[in-house]
Write a new protein. Structure first.
Length: 292
């Protein structure tokens, strides 16, 4: 069996439980081993000599760099697991991934070389999970009940796991002012990758219909319930019925504020979400009225 080895890749990141680690950052050391299937290196009695037919280590490095820079993780276990998952899914030629992530200057008093974690995953043992974020709003009828009913129905769907739900916010209408204030939340969930974004979209529309939203109605106008996908894993989709990430996410304070509450490490346009919100000139009021 052949292995691709990436040794002592040093990157600067913002991971750790301590607030100063997410603010100041530090150096991290990444060591990765990929076990390749026989078909990745051999064709009959011959060893392949074509980069296009095997796994390009520079692409693996790009995956590591992208995950390291796109989010801020509390735990190295979560960071290494995410990387191992993405690398294993990169190519069917990869049978096993082992990745070690170390803090080379950990925030401890002791004289120590490094601290870190090691994660190993085999293809046969992985069940790929996609993380999603969803915005839910209502400004007709019993607004809080509408939102709680939507979350309950979402959680009853077998492949869906609800991980975190924000507080309930009372928000001023943004686009069409002459209507009642909205109640809004954002939630984080996960699904197996067999449940795709368009299947999720259809399910969300069925919840809206069941709760009384019939037809499109006035654009940006009153609605009993509104469920919008914000992110679905790292998928980027542009279609007539679905665009991901949500194209209006960056302009909606009523989405950004609850999103920042449950996932403060999200990066928007290269900066942490709370700093992004501060950089914008939002006028509409967004206030917590109830914890979830």
């Amino acid at each position: 069996m052949f292995k691709i080895i990436i040794k002592d890749l040093k990157l600067y990141g913002y991971h750790g439980v301590n607030p100063e680690e997410k603010t100041n950052g530090q150096d991290f050391l990444f060591n990765v081993k990929l076990s390749l299937s026989e078909q990745a290196v051999r064709a009959g009695d011959y060893y392949k000599d074509d980069l296009a037919e095997t796994v390009n280590y520079s692409e693996i490095i790009s995956i590591i760099k992208g995950i390291n820079s796109s989010s801020k993780y509390d735990l190295l276990e979560a960071l290494s697991g995410k990387m191992a998952d993405e690398i294993l899914s990169y190519s069917p030629l990869i049978d096993r991934v082992s990745i070690k992530v170390e803090k080379v200057n950990p925030p401890v008093k002791e004289d120590i070389g490094s601290v870190g974690v090691k994660c190993s995953i085999e293809k046969k043992s992985i069940t790929r999970v996609l993380q999603f974020y969803l915005s839910i709003g209502s400004n007709m009828g019993d607004r809080e009940k509408n939102i709680r009913d939507a979350v309950r129905m979402l959680g009853e769907k077998k492949p869906v796991n609800i991980l975190r739900v924000s507080s309930i916010y009372k928000t001023e209408p943004m686009y069409l002012k002459e209507q009642q204030d909205f109640y809004n939340i954002v939630l984080e969930g996960s699904v197996s990758d067999g449940f795709g974004p368009f299947e999720m979209l259809g399910f969300l529309k069925s919840i809206e219909y069941y709760l009384g939203r019939k037809g499109a109605g006035i654009r940006f106008g009153p609605r009993v319930i509104d469920l919008d996908l914000l992110y679905y894993g790292e998928l980027e989709i542009v279609s007539d019925i679905l665009v991901l990430p949500h194209p209006r996410l960056k302009e909606r304070n009523f989405v950004l504020v609850p999103l920042a509450e449950i996932s403060p490490g999200i990066i928007i346009e290269g900066i942490i979400i709370k700093d992004f919100i501060k950089s914008c000139s939002f006028k509409e009021s967004v206030k917590i009225i109830s914890s979830w």
